[in-house]
Design a protein around this ligand. Sequence first.
Ligand code: NDP
Length: 252
Amino acid sequence: MIDITSGQFIIGWIIFAVVICPLQFVVAAPYGRHTSSKWGPLVNSKLGWVVMELVSLVAFGYAFWSAGSWSQVSLILAALFAAHYVHRSLIYPFMTRTGKKRMPLLIVLFAIGFNVVNGYINGDFLGAHGELYPTEYLTRWNSIAGLILFFVGAAINVWSDYYLISLRKTTEPGVYVIPSKGPFRWLSSPNLVGEMIEWIGFAVLCWSLPALAFAVWTITNLAPRAWHHHKWYRKQFPDYPTDRKVFIPGVV
Ligand code: NDP
């Protein structure tokens, strides 16, 4: 049987993410505004989000508790991961105004695979290596830098997601408008950029191969999606601001 927590597997897992990334620039993952019925059976979007994100929390929690060698600090790191996924799986999907929108079952299955592996390897590492995270760990440079990146990224992500959701208050589900407030003045999808910053921060904070793998998977998923969203806005809205960028304000 394959040991998915071994260093060899995780390095292969990182390489796999990098290898399939260019494909995601060619084909936009078909959910949200890019959803399509060409990808087989469809399921309700909200249900899809709950299932595909909840498995990460379950895999992470199971691996963490069953490893049984955590410290107070690794428990704090685990709580950060868990807090993100409680929000993403049990709160966020019910706040979206997507009506009866559907997404391909295939996307849900892909996301389950991605989330189970990333959740499990991160839970196992934090649960099994409490000795790497003594109390003074939180005063190290990487902990401080990682925590700042994690919280700044999470704040940008959550604010931007709820701002986008609020745009639907006065419109029908499925209708899109040009976002204009906060970081949307500079970037097309600050919610996605915020999520990338958040998990880069988590990788710097944990300083582990599994956390690096999760950051790489997040970037290789969300960078192409942010790029497709940007192209979509420009095509959809002739008056879309020309100075808005994809990744770094004013640069690219
Ligand atoms: P989107 O920006 O595509 O959509 C977010 C929500 O806002 C959806 O409900 C969407 O509706 C709505 N919306 C988006 N743009 C507009 C607009 N211009 N006008 C009105 N409503 C709008 O985000 P994603 O669906 O791609 O991702 C949602 C969250 O999940 C993000 O925080 C993202 O970072 C995270 N995520 C994380 C991943 C990871 O690998 N860690 C992978 C995928 C997502 P609709 O669905 O109808 O388009």
